[in-house]
Write a protein that binds this ligand. Structure first.
Ligand code: FPP
Length: 247
């Protein structure tokens, strides 16, 4: 039974690049290289399917704790793929946004990110958000600081603080809440990713390492989503009545 149309906003934790490479006796870097190729395929697929919003966890704040060499490889892959393969994708009107603490990034990375964001700003297709040097708790702390500052400056009163105002002060202010979260590699945790935005998301965990994740896996994950009944606290009976009422 299908309850839902395709999700409006899909978020993905692309996990398992390192383990995938180690499993086949290669360096972790090789896994990241393959991981970028898969990310590009999935972005293209989401764009072709008409999914409006896709957010990818490309690099977490905690990833800065990795060996310097691995960090450099990931940053280089990001820069090179955004300069090359992503240019093909953006031709299909993909619009790219970045969330995270961009002050942590080198000038070279920031310039490449700025360029692609600027270049795609008017695009009307898939809205692709890359989370880079991102962590959800930091995002919430920053939103809190900016709201408190607004209260001190007289822009808001305490009574104005509600869910909408908090949402407007997150990096994702322009995005709808996430409908569907996919995480690969068999790990079942959120790892500080979009904690507020995932409040009512359907969660989907796949055993495959990210480099093995295919377009078909993406389609079957979406099919699982369509078969989930999202009740938002209501009963199944109430939800059915709502479906009939709108037919
Ligand atoms: C998770 O695998 C992946 C990462 C930490 C980084 C992935 C990011 C990229 C490959 C760059 C993507 C760039 C763009 C522009 C989309 P892991 O290393 O945590 O794997 P493990 O859990 O097996 O160690």
């Amino acid at each position: 039974m299908y309850y839902n149309e395709l999700p409006r906003h899909v978020a993905i934790i692309m996990d398992g690049n390192g383990r995938w490479a180690e499993k086949i006796g290669k360096l972790r870097e090789f896994g990241h290289q393959k991981g970028v190729e898969v990310a590009i395929d999935i972005v293209q697929q989401a764009s072709d399917m008409g999914i409006p919003y896709l957010t990818l966890f490309a690099f977490s704040k905690d990833n800065w704790k990795r060996p310097q060499n691995e960090i450099s490889v990931i940053m280089n892959l990001m820069v090179e793929s955004l300069k090359n393969e992503f240019q093909r994708i953006v031709e299909s009107q993909v619009k790219i946004n970045i969330i995270g603490n961009l002050n942590d990034l080198s000038l070279e990375v920031r310039e490449v990110l700025d360029e692609i964001v600027h270049k795609t700003a008017d695009h009307k297709g898939l809205n692709l958000t890359l989370a880079i040097s991102y962590e959800s708790r930091e995002e919430i702390v920053n939103a809190t600081k900016s709201i408190v500052q607004g209260v001190i400056n007289g822009v808001y009163k305490i009574e104005d603080i509600n869910q909408r105002l908090i949402n407007q002060n997150l990096y994702t202010a322009e995005l709808p809440y996430v409908d569907f979260l996919i995480r690969t590699s068999g790990e079942q945790r959120l790892s500080n990713f979009l904690l507020w935005q995932l409040g009512y998301a359907e969660l989907y965990f796949n055993e495959k390492f990210w480099p093995d994740f295919t377009k078909e896996d993406f389609e079957s994950a979406l099919s699982v989503y369509c078969q989930r009944e999202r009740r938002y606290g209501k009963t199944g009976h109430q939800m059915k009545q709502k479906i009939f009422a709108t037919q």
